[in-house]
Design a protein around this ligand. Structure first.
Ligand SMILES: N[C@@H](CCC(=O)N[C@@H](CS)C(=O)NCC(=O)O)C(=O)O
Length: 238
């Protein structure tokens, strides 16, 4: 049990440029500035399947957020959307989330944060692994076509309707839900989706935030295609 009075004494992010860990890096910059540690995990080299990393995260992925509490306890979180929500609540003075109470604003914020982190993410992941990660013999063009159509036909119009009405995904104020949805939109655009002007304008609003710039400063290191001779290809479980 974590008591409400406990303080965070150290935060460390296990990261790989432009992947889901960039959502968390962005939320960290929004909340604690540069006061956190970052370790880059060599995903394409298969470091995430090594014994040491698997002890940290049996799901062999980034992000991992290591939280050291002021009593010395160390805890890890393994889900990016949960980390973003946790950081917004842990630093309420940053104003990144409606207060955790029963309110329409809180319900809408949680709805969009998780819509990005699970529903939209699931479709983007299928497209990504079947276009660029799995061994070529295991890639399935039908899966790509199915989830591209589902994303553009179902997800995009829902996001677009919101962005027609307001500057950010939950209204005219930026929230931590934008760290997740904004990341999904950059991901989708990298795969040729979310091409409407309204998505470009949304990203340019997000890109004015210094925390966004800091979080994505290393994005150019990301190569979408995992070369077939990289250890990741033979070990990847999807
Ligand atoms: N649901 C997890 C997914 C984490 C995940 O799959 N991360 C990918 C990068 S975006 C990864 O590290 N994959 C490496 C692997 O599975 O080998 C989250 O959102 O944090």
């Amino acid at each position: 049990m974590i008591e409400a009075s406990m303080q965070i004494s150290r935060l460390k992010l296990y990261h790989y440029p432009a992947t889901r860990s960039a959502r968390v890096k962005w939320a960290l910059h929004e909340t604690v500035g540069d006061a956190f540690e970052v370790e880059t995990v060599g995903l394409y080299d298969g470091v995430q399947y090594g014994e040491e990393f698997l002890r940290l995260n049996p799901n062999h992925g980034v992000p991992v957020l290591e939280i050291t509490w002021d009593d010395g306890r160390v805890q890890v979180m393994l889900e990016s959307a949960a980390m973003v929500a946790f950081l917004a609540d842990a630093y309420p003075e940053r104003g990144l989330a409606p207060p955790p109470a029963a309110s329409p604003e809180r319900a809408d914020y949680l709805q969009m944060l998780h819509f990005g982190g699970s529903w939209a993410d699931m479709m983007l992941w299928q497209v990504r692994i079947h276009e660029h990660v799995l061994p070529i013999s295991e890639r399935d063009p039908r899966t790509v076509a199915r989830y591209r159509a589902k994303f553009t036909g179902e997800v995009e119009p829902q996001l677009a309707r919101r962005l027609e009405r307001s500057s950010f995904i939950c209204g005219d104020a930026f929230t931590a839900a934008d760290c997740v949805i904004g990341h999904c939109v950059t991901w989708a655009r990298g795969y040729g989706m979310c091409r409407d002007e309204l998505f470009r304008a949304y990203l340019s609003r997000l890109a004015k935030r210094p925390a966004f710039v800091a979080a994505f400063a290393d994005a150019r290191q990301f190569q979408p295609e995992v070369p077939q001779d990289q250890p990741l290809v033979s070990r990847f479980t999807g």
